[in-house]
Design a protein around this ligand. Structure first.
Ligand code: FAD
Length: 404
């Protein structure tokens, strides 16, 4: 073995450094960090952090001392290129690092809105701590926000902005919110809840222009001809995986850096984890790229184990959460490809779960304010078990009996 160089100090990068040391890895570990902060948690950026007044230190995984104590070298800078033949990473600063194994944990970046005025200061995105800080700083002086994109991040921000007293409009091209990620039942629940809170949701439309006067946003025009006044625009139209470093080094890429079930690229000395990795999944068949904390941290743990002699394919069960206003959505499993949905609980009581099936096979569970169902789903999946749609729908069926 020898030095492990990790590009990207987000969820995946931090976790593999920590897990390598935990597993007793004694060689050099360098974590290349292109953000001006200690490694931190991203989910609160669109949730509690933007709502509250806590400082950036509240988001950090660990204080600086941890990295010193663990001999994890945090290197401020950007990896600019990889010399695979010489096993070297060149940083933008000109520094060069030798590796035994290189981990690409470069994450993803925001897909930018391709409209005039989209680069004005009142048009914001949410990916990094600095984005969240900037939004938190300008929100008190804003009165009307238009949010482009009704994915998780757009809706989380919308709920917070509304709580903060802003007028909020959300634009979504799809016919329902979070359409790529959740069932129609769950979309409808959240649409209703956000509308109750006073958020206007416009479906099947897109922004065609952003109007501004003297460099300040005044409104957004929609594809259906309407015009919405606004002094703040927040864009959440998805992300692009950071694959360029790998591609320029001649590694195969597609909608992510292509890795096998051991998270290895075509070069056995280079792996990729987290949002940037398009991984082969024997469990789900084909290739997957997931954007979640669970995926980034479990892949980091899997790769750390491999690099310290415990090689197993990556086979964790996906799970995810999103907090929107007072509602907590939790997803266990991957619900894509479902052909039947059974509800347990009652949307009218603001607590239910959508059990998603393909035939009789339970693919996953989307729970709203039903943490017990979510934990049940994760435990059931870990045991590779299922319950029937009839059992799921029957509130008198004791879920625990399926785990015994
Ligand atoms: P990241 O955490 O994005 O880290 C990648 C790092 O690599 C970044 O710091 C980037 O700047 C850096 N980098 C890129 N290229 C280079 C280079 N060449 N040199 C050096 N550094 C480089 N997931 C959930 O499961 N639940 C949630 O509720 C949730 N909420 C979210 C809310 C927000 C606002 C955002 C943005 C994400 C949220 N996610 C959530 C998704 C989750 O944060 C990501 O899936 C996770 O951070 C992925 O980890 P990663 O290590 O792959 O990438």
């Amino acid at each position: 073995s020898g030095p492990v160089i990790i590009v990207g100090a987000g969820h995946g990068g931090y976790q593999i450094a920590a897990s390598l040391r935990q597993a007793g890895f004694a060689e050099r570990i360098c974590l290349i960090n292109d953000e001006p902060h200690l490694p931190y948690q991203r989910p609160p950026l669109s949730k509690a952090y933007i709502k509250g007044s806590a400082g950036p230190e509240s988001l950090m995984f660990r204080p600086e001392k941890f990295y010193q104590d663990q001999s994890i070298e945090l290197i401020a800078g950007r990896a600019a290129s990889i010399d695979r033949a010489a096993r070297k990473v060149h940083l933008a600063s000109g520094e060069t690092l030798d590796y035994w194994h290189l981990v690409l944990a470069t994450g993803a970046r925001n897909r930018l809105l391709d409209l005039p005025n989209a680069n004005l200061p009142d048009v914001k995105y949410l990916r990094i701590l600095d984005d969240s800080e900037a939004l938190r700083a300008i929100m008190p002086s804003k009165t009307r926000a238009v949010i482009i994109g009704a994915g998780f991040i757009g809706l989380e921000f919308a709920a917070t902005a509304r709580i903060k007293g802003l007028e909020v409009d959300v634009l979504e091209l799809a016919p329902r919110v979070m359409a790529r990620a959740v069932t129609a039942e769950v979309s409808e629940y959240f649409q209703a809840r956000h509308r109750e809170a006073g958020i206007r949701i416009h479906l099947g439309v897109q922004a065609t222009s952003i109007e501004a006067e003297a460099g300040k946003v005044t409104g957004v025009s929609l594809s259906d001809g309407r015009h919405l006044p606004a002094d703040l625009v927040v864009v959440g139209v998805g992300v692009l995986p950071n694959i360029e470093l790998a591609a320029e080094a001649g590694l195969p890429v597609a909608a992510g850096i292509i890795v096998d079930e051991y998270l290895s690229t075509a070069d056995p000395n280079i792996s990729a984890i987290g949002d940037c990795a398009l991984f082969a999944s024997p469990r789900f068949g084909g290739s997957l790229r997931l954007e979640s904390v669970q995926n980034a941290t479990d892949q980091a743990r899997c790769l750390a184990a491999k690099l310290t002699g415990d090689k197993k394919p990556y086979d964790s069960h996906p799970w995810f959460w999103s907090d929107q206003g007072d509602d907590k959505l939790q997803i266990a499993g991957l619900t894509t490809g479902y052909d039947g949905v059974v509800l347990r609980g009652d949307p009218a009581k603001k607590a239910f779960s959508a059990f998603c099936y393909h035939g009789d096979k339970l693919l996953g569970i989307e729970s709203i304010n039903r943490a017990g169902d979510h934990m049940f789903g994760r435990r059931l999946q870990a045991m590779d078990r299922s319950i029937t749609p009839e059992q799921a729908a029957d509130e008198s069926f004791d879920l625990k009996s399926a785990l015994g």
